[in-house]
Design a protein around this ligand. Structure first.
Ligand SMILES: Cc1cc2nc3c(=O)[nH]c(=O)nc-3n(C[C@H](O)[C@H](O)[C@H](O)COP(=O)(O)O)c2cc1C
Length: 340
């Protein structure tokens, strides 16, 4: 099952093991991608993965999430994004670029440009935001990517728009789950308008809120069903606390997936905490159509072929220590603290 293809609306993945979006936090001050990052995809691109999702990439100059983020808001980034896509796709694995806006995270990172928040965005800013998603997606498409992923998880702007705790609007973009999801829907539709109806759009979204409440679960079901209607391929289910420590020994969102599959037809992808073959099989049995790995592939980028080659005792050496969650030291060969 792990290495059998899966077809969504407009794309077939050759297998179910996905590389989840993973930043290197090492771009220069203009958001240009370092050679080390481009080279890393040469290794991943030859692995038997179902799909590669490249790093969270900033869609507009005020939308930085951190000072070392990759950017894709103008033709200035086309050449390096083309190399990125070529390297990621070198072995025939589809690649999608994750696009996002940092919202409030721009405050200390965007050089004094306006800071976007769910409550203060004007109608013109909302339009500009969705157009920026469309523009960056077109750049990704022109660079050779097979699709994009909207980053609507982890407290960035799209995610904040969806949470009632950070969106207090009383107009068409606030209130009910449908209205709080409207910006994400408009961003998806704008990408389709700019890149064509069949251009694959994925979405990463939190499976829980701070307390894993029933209210949030119901809101999420509404959101996933709208996403399905507007042509989103699949939702990667993450959460408020996405990269946990070694004390978490089960796939983090398997319980959420188990419930959600009964309430939506949108294909779901589990991300977080997958460390054994049994975990992979369990999330697929729970109803996820695929699963993704981040830190395990930082630790050992050749894990997919080790699993494919059938060694039942293959172990993922990642300790979930989280030390990779920092700007990559470009003078070092390996990014995992175990191998420094
Ligand atoms: C170094 C690092 C960078 C990450 N960058 C991103 C990112 O760009 N976009 C994103 O959605 N999640 C990002 N994440 C979160 C992962 O995609 C994933 O959701 C999380 O780490 C859980 O998966 P894991 O247990 O396999 O690491 C990052 C995680 C790490 C450790």
């Amino acid at each position: 099952m792990i290495f059998t293809p899966v077809t969504f609306k407009n794309i077939t993945l050759p297998g179910r093991m996905i590389r989840s979006a993973t930043e290197f936090f090492a771009a220069d001050e203009k958001g240009h991608i370092p050679q080390t990052e481009l080279d890393a995809y040469k290794v991943l691109g030859h692995q038997p993965l179902g799909m590669i999702i490249t790093a969270h990439t900033c869609i507009s100059p005020e939308g930085w999430s951190n000072r070392h983020q990759n950017a894709a808001w103008s033709e200035d980034y086309l050449e390096e994004c083309t190399v990125l896509a070529q390297n990621a796709k070198a072995g025939g694995v589809p690649a999608v670029m994750q696009l996002g806006h940092g919202g409030e995270r721009g405050k200390n990172n965007n050089g004094g440009l306006p800071v976007y928040t769910p409550d203060t965005m004007t109608a013109a800013e909302i339009r500009y935001l969705t157009e920026s998603f469309g523009r960056a997606a077109k750049l990704a498409k022109d660079a050779g990517f097979d699709g994009i992923m909207l980053h609507a998880a982890h407290g960035y702007l799209l995610s904040q728009c969806f949470y009632p705790g950070s969106n207090h609007r009383t107009d068409a973009y606030g209130g009910t789950a449908e209205k709080r999801f409207r910006i994400i829907r408009e961003a998806a539709l704008e990408v389709k308008k700019t890149c064509g109806d069949t251009f694959p759009v994925f979405m990463k979204i939190n499976g829980d809120d701070h307390a894993d409440t029933e209210e949030y679960h119901r809101d999420l079901v509404t959101a996933l069903n709208i996403a399905d209607e507007c042509g989103i391929e699949a939702a990667e289910i993450s959460g408020n606390w996405p990269s946990r420590g070694p004390e978490y020994t089960e796939p983090y969102f398997i319980g959420n997936i188990r419930r959600l599959v009964n309430e939506t037809d949108l294909p779901l992808i589990e991300v977080g905490g997958i460390r054994t073959r049994a975990h992979m099989e369990a999330v697929l049995e729970a109803g996820a159509k695929a699963f993704s790995l981040s830190r395990p592939l930082i630790c050992d980028p050749e894990l997919p072929e080790k699993f494919r080659d059938g060694k039942e005792d293959t172990v993922i050496p990642c300790l979930s220590c989280g030390k990779c969650f920092r700007p990559m030291d470009l003078t070092k060969k390996h990014r995992c603290a175990q191998f420094e």
